[in-house]
Design a protein around this ligand. Structure first.
Ligand code: ATP
Ligand code: MG
Length: 437
């Protein structure tokens, strides 16, 4: 009898060990940058009440209209949703635990998000974001800090092909003025709109500007601009953000068409885009969302944040040929005979104490098979423990990736010898796919 094997759900991917090294590298590099600015980690559940996303993201958005994984809790009938983004959950957590009582908060989180989109390169149904939120800060300085921090992240990752697009959505009154001008304009061009745009014309006209339909791009380009309606406070805020960015030497392009796909943004919005990933060009998006706290029933507080798209950044690391340290083992320990095996266990632990990555051969076999495994492991050295070595109280160190005479040494000499070769071999092995060279 045969049974079909079970496959992963469409649009939800495994990250296999080969790619895992780049993921680890990306996360640790980004987290390190964020900590340097005083951001602290927070973790929220993957599942929230559906109402949270409807109220924060907005009813008339792609996400809420058609992308959420929503289900009913079978016991109590509650409507629950797999989180499509992190900001709403983060703000909920901050309000629920009254974190702003202790003053403004700089926070970050990381993890999977779920959106029922059409899967394609750079667009998945489970994807990952690293999210950053600065809550309780009203000034343009924090908007700029978020952007400066992004620039540091790109530099730390060795990414060169990302550029910054900036816009302001103004404040409520300006948005209302703009909204009515926009509705007039769209009504005049009714016959050119697609179905989505028709619906949004009535419910949420700003979203029409967010359409990805190529046929609408000319119309969108000529639409009334929000920047023409700005009031003084929002304009001053936006000018100040730009001034800090200029001082920091960060290039940007003002894109008056940049409106984010979520309802809660106001004032500064930004995206980092790349020309190297085809249609899915945004690797990071964010902005200010001063109204969200009250929208979620909390005390009013200003806030802004951004989210990095991890899959797209991983693709970009590869497309950009960025340096990804590969974490092959330093040593693979082979052994023959009972005494040697028991000794091998102790030696491995001792070398791990000293910071080396050490794989102990498991599963027996003769030296030849074991050394073949050593080679396949990608390790730079094999440590050979046989009867000769056991009798001499020494170990044989054999280079697997470069020419070097096999040497019989004391265990404590091993870290020095391995590290002496680190720079040279490390540079050679630093690719996304260590085994392809
Ligand atoms: P897009 O316009 O590409 O749909 P979005 O405006 O819906 O993006 P945000 O909600 O701002 O995206 O999410 C921030 C970042 O997360 C995006 O810039 C992108 O890098 C990434 N991202 C969003 N949706 C997906 C997805 N379905 N698959 C992979 N990455 C995604
Ligand atoms: Mg989207």
């Amino acid at each position: 009898m045969t049974t079909n094997t079970i496959q992963a759900v469409r649009g939800m991917n495994d990250v296999l060990p080969e790619a895992g090294a780049a993921w680890d590298h990306l996360e640790s590099t980004v987290f390190d940058c964020l900590r340097r600015y005083g951001y602290r980690p927070i973790r929220m559940p993957l599942v929230e009440r559906t109402e949270l996303f409807v109220r924060s993201i907005g009813e008339v958005t792609d996400i809420v209209e058609k992308e959420m994984y929503t289900f009913t809790d079978r016991l109590n009938g509650d409507s629950l949703t797999l989180r499509p983004e992190g900001t709403a959950s983060c703000v909920r957590a901050v309000l629920e635990h009254n974190l702003l009582y202790a003053g403004p908060q700089r926070l970050y989180y990381s993890g999977p998000m779920f959106r029922h989109e059409r899967p394609q390169k750079g667009r998945y149904r489970q994807f990952h974001q690293i999210g950053v939120e600065a809550l309780g800060f009203a000034g343009p300085d924090i908007d700029a800090e978020l952007i400066v921090m992004c620039a540091r992240i790109w530099a730390a990752l060795g990414l060169t092909e990302v550029s910054l697009e900036l816009n302001t959505l103004g404040d409520l009154e300006a948005r209302l003025r703009h909204r009515s001008r926009l509705i007039d304009y769209l009504q005049r061009h009714r016959s050119d709109l697609d179905d989505d745009a028709h619906r949004r014309l009535a419910s949420n006209p700003l979203r029409v500007l967010d359409s990805k339909n190529p046929a609408l791009q000319g119309l969108i380009e000529a639409a009334p601009r929000l920047t023409d309606d700005l009031d003084d406070a929002a304009r001053t805020h936006f000018d100040a953000v730009q001034a800090i960015l200029r001082d920091a030497g960060i290039a940007f392009r003002i894109n008056p068409r940049l409106v984010r796909g979520l309802d809660y943004y106001n004032r500064t919005v930004f995206e980092w885009i790349t020309g190297k990933l085809g249609a899915q060009s945004a690797v990071c998006a964010g902005g200010r969302y001063d109204g969200l706290m009250t929208q979620l029933g909390g005390k009013s507080a200003p806030a802004c944040g951004f989210a990095l798209g991890v899959e797209r950044l991983i693709d970009l690391l590869e497309a950009d040929g960025a340096h990804v340290p590969h974490r092959a083992p330093d040593l693979y320990v082979v052994h023959q005979g009972d005494g040697a095996e028991r000794w091998a266990w102790r030696i491995c632990e001792r070398l791990r104490d000293q910071g080396l990555r050490v794989v102990l051969h498991c599963g027996g076999g003769n030296f030849k098979t074991q050394l073949r495994k050593a080679d396949a492991s990608g390790a730079r050295f094999a440590l050979v423990l046989g009867e000769d070595e056991a009798a001499a109280g020494k170990v044989s160190l054999k280079a697997l990736r470069h020419a070097m005479q096999q040497v019989l040494v004391d265990v404590d000499e091993v870290p020095g010898l391995v590290n002496a070769h680190h720079g040279r071999i490390g540079a050679m092995g630093n690719t996304l796919r260590p085994h392809e060279e």
